[in-house]
Write a protein that binds this ligand. Structure first.
Ligand SMILES: [Mn+2]
Length: 315
């Protein structure tokens, strides 16, 4: 099974924690997405959706960093739970959607996706939609918050407990990742991103080249044997339209740019798994950021593609 079809069951998995973040509240993200109607929205397009409920894990101890990491034991525990849950869905032929939770949880989900792809002999491409590169290490990080380190850990730069979540070696090579929307990178982190050769489409690139060209580049080379994973940090979006996140950075994609981004991913037919992370209801306004996230995820699953086919048929 390559593309998302109407018969690929989607599994929603909540991970209600903010142990990797610098602000409390992303732990309420899964419920806010449910309240915003994620499941019925997807079902309205003929998709089959199972809600697996929430995973459980340790509470947030809210401690300062130790050895460069905040809450390492708790982050490991949550990511083991996420890894096992996501892997089980992929093994059944389901399309998992992780409802975060903060972005440290992408270590659990993407390590599971990588393990699955190795087992079935598929290529893996990761699209990282985010204001931040999340490529910090314990020596580069200003804060010790592990939600700023998942891409580095997935590529092998981090503590063993996180780098080897999926068994064998690091989950990813840097050349499997495309980062889009980046506009806030710490100075040491910036050097490390360049050293490792991550493909970054930052806001300057999007401003100059446009979202259409950006996505054509980021999606180039996908084929029938490629599993596409999208890691959608809600702070990717401009804070004017998405205030409900802990780490807003001005100057993100507009509503239309974000829609086009999602629509072009949908057009590939290769989406195999998704994270929706960093939604923080404590900072939101009447759940509007959750509602926007649901709207964009509908486009990611082909809402407007269906409309276009309809228009073409009528002509
Ligand atoms: Mn992030």
């Amino acid at each position: 099974m390559n593309a998302v079809t109407l018969t690929t069951p989607i599994a929603l998995i909540g991970a209600p924690t903010d142990v990797g973040a610098g602000a409390r509240g992303a732990s309420m993200g899964p419920e806010a997405l449910r309240v915003a109607g994620l499941q019925p929205a997807l079902e309205s397009h003929g998709l089959s959706v199972i809600d697996r409920g929430n995973l459980s894990g340790p509470p947030n101890p809210w401690q300062p960093p130790q050895g460069g990491y905040r809450h390492l034991d708790e982050v490991v525990a949550w990511n083991r739970a996420v890894h096992d849950a996501i892997h089980a869905e992929l093994a059944q032929g389901h399309l998992p959607i992780l409802l975060g939770g903060d972005h440290c949880l992408a270590m659990g989900s993407i390590s599971a996706v990588a393990r699955h792809c190795r087992a079935v002999g598929k290529k893996l491409r990761v699209l990282w939609l985010d204001a931040h590169a999340d490529f910090n290490t314990s020596t580069l990080t200003p804060s010790g918050n592990l939600h700023g380190m998942p891409v580095a850990c997935l590529c092998g730069f981090g503590p063993d407990e996180l780098v080897y979540l999926g068994g064998e070696g690091p989950a990813l090579r840097p050349d499997q990742v495309r980062q889009i929307g980046i506009r806030s990178v710490d100075p040491g982190e910036k050097r490390f991103v360049h050293e490792q050769g991550l493909e970054v489409y930052d806001m300057r690139y999007i401003d100059e080249m446009g979202m259409r060209h950006t996505m054509e580049q980021a999606l180039a080379g996908l084929d029938a044997d490629t599993h596409l994973h999208v890691s959608f940090d809600v702070d990717f979006l401009d804070p004017e339209i998405a205030p409900g996140v802990g780490t807003t950075v001005p100057g993100g994609p507009t509503y239309r740019e974000a829609q086009l981004c999602m629509e072009m991913i949908a057009d590939t037919g290769r989406l195999g798994s998704l994270d929706i992370v960093e939604l923080n209801p404590a900072l939101d306004v009447r759940n509007r950021t959750a509602l926007l996230a649901v709207d964009l995820v509908e486009s990611l699953f082909g809402k407007s593609t269906l409309m276009r086919e309809h228009q073409v048929r009528r002509r």
